[in-house]
Design a protein around this ligand. Structure first.
Ligand code: MLT
Length: 388
């Protein structure tokens, strides 16, 4: 038998976080007391009022049948209301909001709707690996847009060759940004809209971290920008805002025709998100503000402990205003992966190498604030004892 994998899989590196999981499991199997600052998976539970809403909804036999492909009307209406309240967006829930089985699912499938073999997508580097994977699955080619510190980790649109831009179908952006923690303002989004209109490119904005922000900063939606709805789709997730990574629930908003393209792919691939989960998600969106506020202070405290500790250890790092990721320069003369390995082998600390998010992530490691402050204190103590 020959089980040679398809070229699209051969073109992909092993999935970054599956690799990190493998390394973490190996250390645990050796008896190491691992501090896991690798994958961005909130450690605290989903709020109990959301769990209770699921328990109740799960008892409704009507929800045991297939859900709607594009999502429950009530969930889409509550997502639209939340976007109105949070970003002052006017969205038609029936055409401009779509339920996703987690935003990863929507992001991964999206290029199948608009990218033909040989087409280009503009993908930040470093970035969440799924933008690249989705492009490759659709037969497209990734053109990397480096996110450099001197540009505030925003892509430099002027540096993109017009011949490449002309072949591009999708431009990905993600602010607040994973992995750098950078934020973007309305002026940047205006430039993106103008660029997208000039070259006829769809903008896919990943807003998974919109609610994780500190020091009074509140992230805008890309769709607040004038003209953005003509060119864009924005992906939202309940995973990070409400500690619901395991539930798989998100939603897409934006241009109705763009959403319909994604909907056509999804109708052929999945059968929608479990209605009971959507009902619980509705409760989270409607009543979750106090919980989000509490989580912001939890992460801000963890961030401050980690940043101070890393700085005292001599590392080059600044506090980020959003996301639960700390993007830290590696010691001089080391690569991202060498420093990640050192942290794991000498300190039992799991982190993610910046280079795993793309070539321009070289020189950094990412720490996720996904353990208690006591464990962060422990990680800092171990790092201070290390020799680098
Ligand atoms: C990350 O660690 O970058 C994310 O948690 C991964 C994800 O959301 O799938």
């Amino acid at each position: 038998m020959d089980f040679t994998r398809a070229k699209r899989l051969q073109a992909l590196p092993p999935y970054l976080f599956a690799e990190i999981d493998r390394l973490k499991a190996a250390q645990i199997a050796r008896g190491v007391d691992v501090v896991n600052l690798g994958v961005g998976d909130p450690d605290l539970p989903t709020p109990s009022f959301v769990v209770e809403a699921l328990q109740k909804a799960a008892q409704n036999p009507a929800y045991h049948q297939y859900p709607s492909y594009s999502g429950m009307n009530s969930f889409r209406a509550s997502a639209a209301n939340w976007c109105k309240k949070r970003f002052n967006l006017d969205l038609d829930p029936s055409t401009e909001v779509m339920t996703l089985i987690g935003s990863k699912e929507g992001i991964a499938l999206f290029p199948l709707a608009f990218v033909n073999p040989g087409d280009v997508t503009l993908v930040p580097s470093p970035a969440y690996p799924v933008y690249q994977a989705g492009t490759i699955f659709a037969g497209g080619q990734v053109h990397a847009m480096p996110l450099l510190k001197e540009n505030g980790f925003l892509p430099d649109l002027d540096a993109i060759d017009p011949a490449v831009a002309q072949k591009a179908k999708i431009l990905y952006i993600n602010y607040p940004n994973n992995p750098t923690g950078a934020v973007a303002d309305g002026a940047f989004f205006e430039k993106i809209v103008a660029f997208a209109k000039h070259y006829n490119i769809i903008v896919a904005h990943d807003a998974a971290y919109s609610e994780m922000s500190f020091d009074g900063y509140r992230a805008p939606s890309f769709l607040e920008t004038e003209g953005a709805k003509d060119v864009g789709i924005e992906f939202h997730s309940l995973s990070k805002s409400f500690n619901m990574t395991g539930w798989r629930l998100g939603f897409a908003i934006g241009n109705a025709e763009i959403l319909a393209g994604l909907g056509q792919v999804k109708a052929n691939v999945d059968s929608g998100a479990f209605n009971a989960i959507q009902e619980a998600g509705t409760v989270a969106l409607e009543h979750g503000d106090p919980f989000i506020k509490t989580m912001r202070s939890v992460y801000a405290e963890r961030r401050d402990i980690l940043i101070k500790g890393l700085q005292e250890a001599g590392l080059d790092v600044e506090p980020q205003r959003a996301t639960f990721y700390v993007w830290c320069g590696v010691p001089k003369g080391m690569t991202s992966s060498a420093f990640t390995t050192l942290l794991l082998e000498q300190g039992g600390i799991v982190t993610t190498p910046g280079s795993g998010f793309g070539a321009a992530g070289e020189g950094y490691v990412r720490f996720a604030l996904s353990v208690s402050k006591e464990r962060i204190v422990e990680a800092v103590a171990r790092i201070k004892k290390m020799d680098f």
